[in-house]
Design a protein around this ligand. Structure first.
Ligand SMILES: [Zn+2]
Length: 423
């Protein structure tokens, strides 16, 4: 890394390459267009699964999930079917701010709660629960309250009123911008990272408003991106010629056609069984179960040495994996294949935590949102959401690289840290 040059990283949660291309060509994001004209702009692969907690953990550590140990939003307690929320304390690799020289300001990176002592300022992103545990140093808490800082938009509002949700989204963005401005000036820093996360929420609820120009919320959808682009312009103006400016997303997005419930499929085919007379939930998995699922589509063999009602011997696992691969690859919904990739853990992960990984991870085809939910009465459904994550269409923009050839042709999210370090 160049001495004295600063590094600025701006994250746009979930924003796909194609949308950046669209918005920079149609004038919605002129400042981002300016960055692209002076730097590189590439499609980037997310992690598998393409989930914010997993992908941001890879971005900040430069490691794959087998090394950093975060495989999803939820995970299981050891030798149990009981679910838990992994958080920042479960991350097994160091984030860049614990490695790079100089002070860092880190705002709103998902899955970095609770914060801990570091060299600089850290305000964690979703899922952050207690405000005090989301801010380091604690002395900054009163100032953040003065700025009306909000840890996250209240997505629940979208279920009752889209207008209230959009108002909350706006206020959350206002406060995020005011906070970045304040810390940019008030702190002495070498690295500054700011993540805009309302983009992901907006696209989950209103992807249809992006695609349909006559949609009642189309203009408000564009406005959110215009506002973010204004901040990007403001930041770009403050950045020196020798500084490195990185803009990226953690995964992409597209229209959601169907939710597809993988547990339902496994139960129908006899791979997954629940205790008679009990609630249908993971906690009530019974002997005889060969495989089960955690969100979004992480398949676990119900191994004897791994789970309390384990049914599968190691010797049996290879043939079971092949049976499951056949089942998933033949799954069709409305005449279309629902699953694009069926990945064995050894193919997508490496590292000391491979043993905690799911045995298979599925990636949905275009429009198919794979889900684990168990208590459903059909294979597919159309939910309130209109957008879903994609694995192969995150984006990466970098301005200020001395040698652009250090960026892989199609980078993955864990490559970004190494690129910054090499520069
Ligand atoms: Zn999302």
């Amino acid at each position: 890394m160049a001495k004295n040059a600063k590094t600025i990283i701006i994250g746009l949660d979930g924003v796909p390459f194609g949308m950046i291309k669209d918005f920079t060509e149609t004038g919605v994001m002129p400042n981002t267009a300016g960055l692209i004209s002076r730097g590189i702009f590439k499609k980037m692969n997310s992690t598998i699964p393409e989930i914010s907690s997993v992908a941001w953990s890879s971005i900040i550590t430069g490691q794959n999930p087998g090394q950093h140990g975060i495989f999803g939003f939820m995970d299981l307690f050891d030798h149990s079917y009981k679910m838990r929320f992994p958080n920042f304390s479960d991350l097994k690799a160091k984030p860049f701010w614990d490695q790079w020289e100089g002070r860092s300001v880190i705002i709103n990176v998902p899955s970095t709660y609770p914060v801990r002592k570091m060299n600089g300022v850290h305000i964690s992103g979703f899922v952050s629960i207690d405000f005090e545990k989301s801010v380091y140093p604690k002395s900054l808490v009163p100032q953040l309250h003065r700025l009306d800082y909000r840890l996250d938009v209240d997505s629940q509002k979208a279920h009752s009123s889209m207008d209230l949700f959009l108002e909350d989204l706006d206020k959350t963005l206002d406060a995020r911008i005011e906070t970045y401005r304040y810390l940019w000036e008030a702190e002495d820093w070498q690295t500054f990272m700011l993540v805009f996360s309302g983009t992901d929420r907006l696209m989950h609820f209103l992807w249809s408003a992006y695609e349909d120009e006559s949609h009642q919320y189309h203009d408000l959808f564009l406005k959110h991106f215009r506002r973010i682009d204004q901040s990007i312009g403001e930041i770009a103006d403050r950045v020196g010629d020798d500084d490195l400016l990185v803009m990226l997303s953690d995964h992409g997005f597209e229209r959601l056609d169907y939710d597809v419930y993988i547990s339902y499929l496994l139960a129908q085919e006899g791979f997954l069984q629940f205790k008679q007379g009990e609630d249908i939930s993971l906690n009530n998995i019974c002997y005889g179960t060969k495989a089960f699922v955690l969100d979004p589509a992480r398949i676990y063999l119900n191994l004897k040495d791994r789970f309390p009602c384990g049914t599968v011997d190691q010797a049996e696992s290879e043939s079971l994996l092949s049976q499951l691969e056949d089942l998933f690859s033949s799954l069709e919904v409305d005449g279309r294949k629902a699953i694009r990739d069926i990945c064995r853990k050894e193919k997508i992960y490496s590292g000391s935590y491979l043993g905690n990984a799911p045995d298979l991870v599925l990636v949905g085809n275009q429009g198919f949102n794979l889900k684990a939910r168990v208590n459903v009465d059909s294979l597919t459904n159309k939910a309130i959401f209109s957008g879903k994550h994609t694995q192969d269409s995150a984006f990466l923009i970098i301005k200020g690289l001395k040698d652009e050839s250090i960026v892989p042709e199609i980078p993955a999210v864990w490559d970004v840290k190494r690129v910054v370090e090499k520069n």
